[in-house]
Design a binder for this molecule. Sequence first.
Ligand code: GUN
Length: 291
Amino acid sequence: MILLDGKATSARIKSQIAAQVEAMVQVGGKRPHLTAILVGEDGASKTYVANKEKACAAAGFTSEVVRMPATTSEEALLNEVARLNADPDVDGFIVQLPLPRHINENRVIEAIDPRKDVDGFHPENVGRMMLGLPSFISATPFGIVTLLEEYGIETSGRHCVVLGRSNIVGRPIANLLSQKAKAGDCTVTICHSRTKEIAKYTREADIIIAALGVPEFLKGDMVKEGVVVVDVGITRIADSSEKGYHLVGDVAFDEVAPKASYITPVPGGVGPMTIVSLLKNTLKAAINRQS
Ligand code: GUN
C-alpha cells in the first residue's frame, strides 16, 4: 500500500508556484491576489479560509478575507461580489460555502465574474470544464486529478466509482475522469444516497472517490484487492482533545488500507491538494489578467 501524500505533493507544487510568482515580480509583474468572503461563524469554514490565507502567503500571493456577519443580507453579499468583480487589484475571489440559509447560493455564484471565479463554481466555468474547454476547474476535483497524475496512477480504461453527487466534488470529478484526457478515460459510475446495494459497485471498482460526507462509510469488505482510494470526506467528530474535535474521512482507513494499492490519508490527503489547486487557479487568473 502506498500513501497518496497530499501534504508533500502540495508542498512541492506550492514551491513551484512560489518560484513562478517571484519570476513574475522580478520582471515587474504584480503578485497574484486572492480574496475570500467569509459569511458567518462556521468553524470549519473559518479553518479552511485561514488555511487558504496561509497558503497564499507561502506562495508569495497577497490575500484578504472579507468577513461578514451571519445576518448579512443577500443584497449586501451581492454588492460585495460586485465590488470585487470591479476591483482591479483582485485577481480572483471565492465565497466560502456553505452560506447562511437565507442566502441563495446559486444567485451569489452566478454574480461572480467567471474570469475571477477561481473556485470554478460559476455555470460558465462548469460548462466549459464539461466541454473540455479552458476554464477554472474547481479546486477539489482539480486537486484529486493532480494527485493521481503525480503518482502516475493509470486511469485509462479503469472503472472508477464516485460516491457522492455534489456540485463541488462528485459530479465534476466524475466528469473529469470520464473525459478523453490525461487522468481521464475512466469508465465512471456515480453512486449516491439513493443507490441500491452500493457495495455491488464499489467491489467492482479499480478507483474509488469517496465524497459522501458520511464518516467511515467505505468498509474493508466493500473493496477489492489493489483498489485506489481517494477519501474526500472531512467530518469533524467532537472529542476531549485541545482542539475539541478530530477529522474523520469517508473511508474506514484501517480496514481499507491493507487491501488498497494507493490510498489518501485524512487529514493530509485531498485537503492540501484542494488548497494548492486554488493557488494554481489564482495564479492562472492573475496571468490571464496581466497578459
Ligand atoms: N466549502 C467547501 N469546499 C469549498 C470550496 O472548495 N470552496 C468554497 N468557496 N467553499 C467550500
